[in-house]
Design a binder for this molecule. Structure first.
Ligand code: PMP
Length: 361
């Protein structure tokens, strides 16, 4: 038996062990068909059933209304930074963006290539430690859409509310908190999420688009990036990343078996509470984020003396606690505790942190 460590990676992130075991069992011979999913035609009856089931399970999990299309696309969440604009921002048009950290900055930078981008609110005034309340937002009158990032994976800053934008479509990058707890899909015009956190392996980005937003792509929008083309072709205008799609489907099945997003929400709430409470009570570790905006999924923390960082990380690895190093742009530590990271992993992390504090604090 191989030994699996506790993996706190921000992405590609831990996958449920049951999913990996199932994939392993089905690898050589999927459902008695004598071949692996990787070796099937994407147009075969077998793969069509895999693809359709994955979509239906995601629809069930998130209660996605029938007026929304679910798209399985490529290029990661980063490609959506351009794709959103190419599809939803008319020539010469403008859009409102909310700036809460590194990922929203990247989205703003990319969209700025295609139109007038108004930064309607920024967390900069709060040192990136709090989400600016909607009463502070300066939305423009003629925005084609409003874009925000519901969870800043690097900063660990999460919206604990959904913005109200009236008739203006709300577009969200939900890469690092989709499926972590229930969310009202009908509030959004478009949702996108890179798969490699709460969905499945990388190579896939899931889009959930309200139907009335399809068919408005710019003339110069590449065919492959047109949401309507993807929707009209069942996300198979070209060969999709079939293995990633299949594995995501296994994750959706696992989520359903474990009580869906309601149960995940309760589990995740317990996990993050335990970790933040421990950090707040300690003298060595700290997290600066405004309590209400602390991410449930990505918990950055610092040691009081950064010279201890290396020792902390080396010791963590010895204890089978992997990928705790913070993003290269911010330093410090970060524990990503997505759906597949169980409570016992958080408990093991806290035990190690307490032990380390006793020795070095
Ligand atoms: N947005 C957010 C919130 C992310 O966390 C990430 C990846 N960590 C991205 C976008 C970029 O995703 P990708 O690497 O799939 O392009």
């Amino acid at each position: 038996m191989s030994k699996r460590a506790y993996n706190f990676c921000a992405g590609p992130a831990a996958l449920p062990e049951a999913v990996l075991l199932r994939a392993q069992a089905e690898l050589l011979d999927w459902h008695g068909k004598g071949l692996s999913v990787m070796e099937m035609s994407h147009r075969s009856e077998e793969f069509t059933s895999i693809a359709e089931k994955a979509e239906q399970d995601l629809r069930d999990l998130l209660a996605i209304p029938s007026s929304y299309k679910v798209l399985f696309m490529q290029g990661g969440a980063s490609q959506q930074f351009a794709q959103v604009a190419l599809n939803l921002l008319p020539e010469g048009g403008s859009a409102d963006y909310i700036e809460t950290g590194i990922w929203s900055k990247k989205a703003i930078e990319e969209a700025s290539r295609y139109g007038n981008i108004n930064i309607a609110a920024s967390a900069k005034g709060y040192d990136w430690f709090a989400v600016p309340g909607q009463n502070e937002w300066k939305l423009s009158k003629n925005a084609a859409y409003v874009h925000y990032v519901s969870n800043e994976t690097i900063g660990g800053l999460e919206f604990d509310w959904i913005p109200e934008t009236g008739d203006v479509p709300l577009v969200v990058d939900m890469s690092s908190n989709i499926l972590s707890r229930p969310v009202d899909i009908s509030k959004f015009g478009m949702i996108y999420a890179g798969a490699q956190k709460n969905i499945g392996p990388s190579g896939l980005v899931v889009g959930i688009v309200r139907e009335d937003l399809l068919g408005h792509a710019r003339a110069l929008c590449p065919t492959m990036l047109d949401y309507k083309v993807a929707a009209d072709n069942g996300s198979m205008y070209n060969t999709p990343p079939t293995l990633a799609w299949y594995l995501s489907g296994l994750v959706f099945e696992w989520l359903k078996e474990h009580g869906g997003v309601e149960a995940m929400g309760a589990r995740n709430e317990a996990k993050k509470r335990l970790l933040y409470d421990f950090i707040d009570a300690s003298g060595l570790y700290s997290n600066p984020i405004n309590t209400a905006n602390r991410s449930w999924m990505n918990v950055p923390f610092r040691l009081a003396d950064e010279r201890l960082d290396k020792v902390f990380l080396a010791g963590a690895e010895e204890h089978g606690l992997l990928n705790l190093k913070g993003h290269r742009s911010v330093g410090g530590m970060r524990a990503s505790i997505y759906n597949a990271v169980e409570l016992d992993a958080v408990q093991a992390l806290i035990a190690y942190m307490a032990h380390f504090e006793k020795e070095h604090g």
